[in-house]
Design a protein. Structure first.
Length: 248
């Protein structure tokens, strides 16, 4: 059975005698986006919208999974329809790229083979170390008083003299978020809200005086460090998670 996402959420909201302002305050989602969802204005698949639908349903106390699956299915049919043409168009670029890589590797191999052949020493100057000459004439000779020793022998480094780096002191809440996959986050720092994407391998730092609240859109692939202490992955089984971080 096809589920009308917008009508279903609006109906459940009105049954609970809640306004859009109530939902906006509860979920920290702008009223404009809530209206777009209730009016089913979905032009293309968007990770923000997917997270908003889930958060909206959770705020009403209903299971978000059927709504999220229905939202994804709206665009799955379009992707399946265009998939054959897409794969056909992508064959040629991959073949060209593969051919270029093979040509470069073969060129490097041939160049290395020619340079490493015996007798191919033209243009190379062979230098005989002065030490071998000295040893053949009369054993090992000690360096004269005017000969300078290597810098490593003059002043050997001492690990005891190296000062320890100062330990960082945190006066508030310092949260560092990284991810191994694309992750959307909605961040509230001492009442001020913002939202952004964190790309794989990227780190984002959020500093607050009293608290930092983060809504993770892909929590199973997000990692957090609080005031220099690594907390690890945000969630092992839930993708959408909201966490409030306070000073320990």
């Amino acid at each position: 059975m096809k589920l009308n996402i917008g009508n279903y959420l609006k109906s459940e909201r009105e049954k609970q005698h809640l306004t859009l302002e109530d939902i906006a305050n509860k979920t920290l989602i702008r009223k404009y986006y809530l209206e777009q969802i209730e009016n089913n204005k979905f032009e293309r698949y968007d990770g923000f919208v997917n997270a908003y639908i889930r958060k909206y349903a959770e705020a009403l106390g209903i299971d978000p999974e059927p709504l999220v699956l229905q939202y994804k299915s709206l665009f799955k049919k379009k992707e399946d329809t265009h998939q054959p043409n897409k794969s056909k168009n992508n064959i040629t670029p991959f073949v060209v790229i593969g051919a270029v890589i093979i040509a470069v590797v073969l060129g490097m191999f041939v160049k290395y083979s020619l340079s490493s052949r015996p007798g191919n020493n033209s243009g190379r100057q062979i230098t005989i170390p002065s030490e071998s000459k000295n040893s053949s004439e009369g054993g090992n000779k000690t360096p004269s008083s005017g000969q300078q020793k290597p810098a490593s022998e003059q002043n050997p480094p001492s690990s005891e003299n190296k000062p320890n780096p100062p330990k960082k002191v945190y006066s508030g809440v310092d949260v560092v978020v990284s991810a191994d996959r694309l992750c959307w986050v909605g961040v509230t720092i001492d009442g001020k809200y913002t939202q952004l994407f964190i790309h794989p391998g990227e780190k984002k730092e959020f500093k607050g005086k009293n608290y930092v609240k983060i809504l993770f859109g892909n929590a199973t692939h997000a990692f957090v460090a609080l005031n220099g202490k690594k907390l690890g992955v945000v969630s092992k089984n839930k993708k959408v998670v909201e966490v409030v971080y306070k000073k320990p």
